[in-house]
Write a protein that binds this ligand. Structure first.
Ligand code: PEP
Length: 263
């Protein structure tokens, strides 16, 4: 269903009216985690200033440590919905448990399946049936073939509004949080008709790498990027070191408009 063999035209997925697909480069930005209403609104305004059309933000956070901030849950979803009302930005947010899909889908414009859940087949089937577009992140140890098969689980439930997101994979390299597999973008676009975006924030895990990795993503023809921004990253409850700050926004906006979209 997601293969390009039977569907040679590349697809566009619409999220709250915003297109992700060929002919456009979509910026999705926002806080890694929703912490407070003010923090989320400030981050959303930062995202908008840089040209973002969609707001990201996690209310359910899949953390490596059970002692780390796990997200605000439904209270976080309510904040996202309020901030959507205030800014007009549709929301992309993660769902980590099949039992929460209905709840998250009641608030979200797009459901995100994170790297740790790429092969959570019950979750994939549930989001496939939820009636919302899905962003499917690549598993940190998944091959491209496994990633596409995970997308197939979503598609099988009747939902072809899927955007693939390359977010870096595990390698021996320790200088970056993950290794951005930049070749995965054109490879996945050749194998599948689905749009492919890149997460330079979670790939590098470092603020200073976000803009260079964004340039790389756009140069290979990514259909968009998803970027963490935070008004006060030193106080962030999640992934502060990779969040862009106010001073970076001008350059981000410049990077997003420098390169013409590749078809
Ligand atoms: C995220 O985008 O908030 C996230 C947790 O990403 P990943 O699943 O790629 O680690």
């Amino acid at each position: 269903l997601v293969s390009r063999e039977n569907h040679p035209e590349r697809s566009t997925v619409h999220v709250g009216g915003v297109p992700i697909g060929p002919g456009t480069v979509t910026l999705i930005a926002g806080p890694c985690a929703v912490e407070t209403h003010q923090q989320t609104l400030d981050a959303a305004r930062m995202a908008q200033a840089a040209g973002a059309r969609l707001l990201r933000g996690g209310a359910f956070k899949p953390r490596t440590s059970p002692y780390a901030f796990q997200g605000l849950g439904e209270a976080g979803l309510r904040i996202l919905a309020d901030v959507r009302e205030e800014t007009g930005l549709p929301i992309v947010t993660e769902v980590v448990d099949a039992r929460d899909v209905e709840l998250v889908a009641a608030y979200a414009d797009m459901l995100q399946v994170g790297t740790r859940n790429m092969q959570n087949f019950a979750l994939l089937q549930a989001v496939g049936a939820a009636g919302r577009p899905v962003m499917l992140k690549r598993g940190m140890s998944a091959t491209i073939e496994e990633w596409l098969m995970a997308a197939e689980y979503v598609a099988q439930r009747g939902n072809l509004d899927i955007v693939l997101c390359e977010r870096g994979i595990r390698t021996f390299e320790q200088a970056t949080r993950n290794t951005l597999d930049i070749a995965a973008v054109p490879v996945a676009q050749r194998l599948s008709h689905l749009p492919v975006i890149v997460d330079p924030s979670h790939s590098g895990g470092r603020r200073d790498l976000v803009l260079p990795l964004t340039r790389a993503a756009l140069a290979v023809g990514a259909d968009g990027v998803i970027i963490d921004v935070h008004p006060h990253p030193e106080q962030a409850l999640c992934d502060g070191p990779q969040a862009l700050v106010e001073d970076d926004l001008g350059e981000l906006a410049q990077v997003m408009t420098d390169l013409p979209p590749l078809l």
